[in-house]
Design a protein around this ligand. Structure first.
Ligand SMILES: [Zn+2]
Length: 321
């Protein structure tokens, strides 16, 4: 037993320090990387990064190099989506903040909220510049200058090889206390952002106390942004069904009230069709258990919950009160 504990401890320590098994091949390293929840830091060894990045990406992102201007695609203005870190998938910039700087490097005037990038002082090449790194995997991305367009006046001058453009989709689910729902989706690969909040009611900018008073009509919900190339909406629906009892009306475990109702808030006609088909499938699998009471309704305004509710690790709101 002690030996097992030692092995587990050493494995954990090697993970934290980045000195992990260098015998893994590129596919195994990618699997390991994708299994790390998006909100957690990524620490791979240089050897591992070298196996999954191109030589130019390794030079730019891990050796703090700079690609030649116009060497990489800068992406046409009509290409919309979210620019993520090419090494770890961390969302960094929205295409709406991209502008034509004429420099030959993709340029943005604003990073996504949520401390996605970290700024460090770079005194190399006889200059003092503000270096921009990915806050999740510490890869070098480029520099930020104070000569950009309004409203920020910033110019994030990025290396094209350090970015990947993805088209994220939104999905919104209510399945009881949003703490547990968010915790489940935070562990899901392909989800680049999750937010706990309130939706489906009639009161603007509701507080947690108002929602818990059952007078706003809002459900505690979680809005996720996912990369459909990595995880499908159907897979998210399967997770949704697995984390709660959709046959319980206005309650989940100790949490009772309409704010804990089961609901799918669809964003597109395709999501509506997929949700209805998935609900029918679930009902067919448990005909003896009674009807599923999950609402399938259009997504309305989503109000993010107070900061202290975000990524709160608990299955139930009721147990904590
Ligand atoms: Zn990264």
């Amino acid at each position: 037993m002690k030996t097992m504990f030692l092995i587990v401890t050493l494995w954990g320590m090697s993970w934290l320090t980045g000195c992990s098994d260098s015998n893994m091949n590129a596919a195994q390293i990618r699997v390991k990387l994708e299994a790390i929840p998006m909100k957690e830091k990524v620490r791979l060894s240089d050897d591992e990064w070298r196996k999954i990045l191109t030589p130019e990406q390794f030079y730019v992102m891990r050796e703090r190099g700079t690609e030649k201007p116009f060497a990489q695609q800068c992406w046409a203005p009509h290409q919309s989506g979210t620019f993520v870190c090419a090494a770890c998938g961390n969302p960094l910039f929205d295409s709406d903040t991209k502008f034509e700087s004429g420099t030959g490097w993709p340029s943005f005037n604003q990073a996504l909220e949520g401390d996605r990038v970290q700024i460090a002082t770079d005194t190399s090449h006889g200059m003092t510049r503000e270096e921009v790194n990915c806050a999740r995997c510490s890869s070098h991305l480029g520099h930020v200058f104070h000569d950009g367009p309004p409203p920020t006046g910033l110019r994030y001058c990025m290396n094209g090889v350090a970015l990947r453009l993805v088209n994220l989709e939104k999905a919104t689910f209510a399945a009881g206390c949003f703490w547990g729902v968010q915790a489940a989706f935070d562990e899901t690969r392909g989800l680049l952002k999750t937010q706990a909040g309130y939706t489906g009611g009639h009161v603007k900018d509701p507080t947690y106390e108002q929602v818990c008073s059952h007078t706003t009509g809002h459900a505690e919900a979680v809005e996720v942004e996912f990369d459909p190339a990595v995880v499908t909406y159907k897979q998210l629906l399967n997770i949704f069904w697995s984390i709660h009892n959709p046959r319980q009306k206005n309650r989940q475990g100790p949490d009772i009230g309409d704010n804990y109702r089961s609901a799918i808030f669809f964003h597109t006609p395709e999501q509506k069709a997929a949700a209805e088909a998935s609900k029918a499938e679930q009902e067919a699998m448990g005909t003896d258990k009674g009807p599923i009471v999950t609402e399938i309704v259009p997504a309305g305004v989503f109000y993010p919950a107070e900061a202290y509710h975000q990524h709160y690790k608990s299955k139930s709101c009721g147990i904590q009160r």
